[in-house]
Ligand binder design. Sequence first.
Ligand code: S3P
Length: 468
Amino acid sequence: MERETGIEPATNSLEGCDSTIELLPRIPSHFSKLPSWHDGTGLQRRISPPSSISGAITLPGDKSISHRYAMIAAISEGETRIHNYSTGADCHSTLGCVRALGIEVEAAGTEILIRGKGLEGLRRPTADLDAGNSGSTIRMLSGILAGQPFPTRIFGDESLSRRPMRRIMQPLAQMGARIRAREDQFPPLEIEGGRLRPIHYDLPVPSAQVKTCVLFAGLFVEGETSVTESLRSRDHTEIALREFGANLQVERGAIRITGSPRLAGRELRVPSDLSSAAFFLAAALLVPGSSLVIHGVGMNPTRSALLDFLVSMGARIRILNLESRNGELVGDIVVEHSTLRGGVIEKGLTAALIDEIPVLAVLGAATEQGLTVRDAAELRIKETDRIRTVADNLRRMGVAVEETEDGMVIPGRQKFRAAALDSFGDHRIAMAFAVAALRADGESVIDGAEAASVSFPEFWETLRACYQ
Ligand code: S3P
């Protein structure tokens, strides 16, 4: 595959320091269709170690919350105005699907206006729905599609087409939907819903996407649908549904929702994404002399295990200006370079940190005692097999890592060698290894850097802004 090296003249490098993040051609707007990173349009980023990661930054809106607000707004009555909507391509895939279902969406940057038409207001799309790279879009929206009196077909890109869907097909089938999938488990999905019945569903895997899918389908039934989970997964759906007026109770691991509510459009602000902040937390912790403030970050307790885990390893992190907004906790994070002890991620903690494990693995190599990750088989079925893609890139940097079936063991006190790295088309791998490159002994190159746009198109500019 021929890649665009596109290195611009040195005048485009950061000035005033001998180390750089090279500026490269901007990728096309993420509001249009993303370029595929499998078709030879991949971009590279060159990164040299900075003297510190410092300053104050703001990050795009939370991806999980943005998806949910857009989907619920579409089936609510009246206008919903969403501020700070995620700029990530994934959340724009959700908006594309909502539009295709006959809902008017106006997007001006991160300000989104959705004119919802109520629970019965969606229209049969004239073409298949495109979920792009977004597992959240296909899995959560399927709950809504199953409640429609018309059939739909929803597909995704090459990576999404390899991700398992049985986890949502099973509960939806129990509710009475008929779903066909490639090889009975992969997208595209053909969903024939209609009249659904309420169920009680015990989540076999701790998955907020599956929980959401069932709760969304539960909006279209008469009676009460419930979902029980043995490990508490992120609860943005529960919070958002209540904000829009649904009748929902949560009690000892059981979430109960009453069907056919009247959902009302409203005005909401999305907090910045803690999972995006994770890359900057790791960068500041890793690079000596760093001191960084990250404003307005979502601190929902079902997400903030990341902060507890970092603090338990000795990270100097403070939270300021904590407040509640639309039922979600929001605060500013102050982080300073710290020597970290290392630790173990296993059991419930693995589920709580699942999206952050790639960057924590990078951080782990620089800790005193290293990092062990267990019970993380789910990582193998994310956008890439993240155990393999993390281990591959770590090894390219000369970092020792033992790969296990459901995790990895990374010894501590290791040095990062500058290397040619690859995103493998996975946004979190691109960003995790941009962080690793900050601590390398020279200039590293990341291939397929544009993958970051799936959740965080401004990642490279934001990194440049705090790169001293
Ligand atoms: C998400 C839930 C998690 C997470 C994903 C977003 C969500 O997936 O990995 O990035 O918004 O509900 P699972 O629910 O499959 O664990």
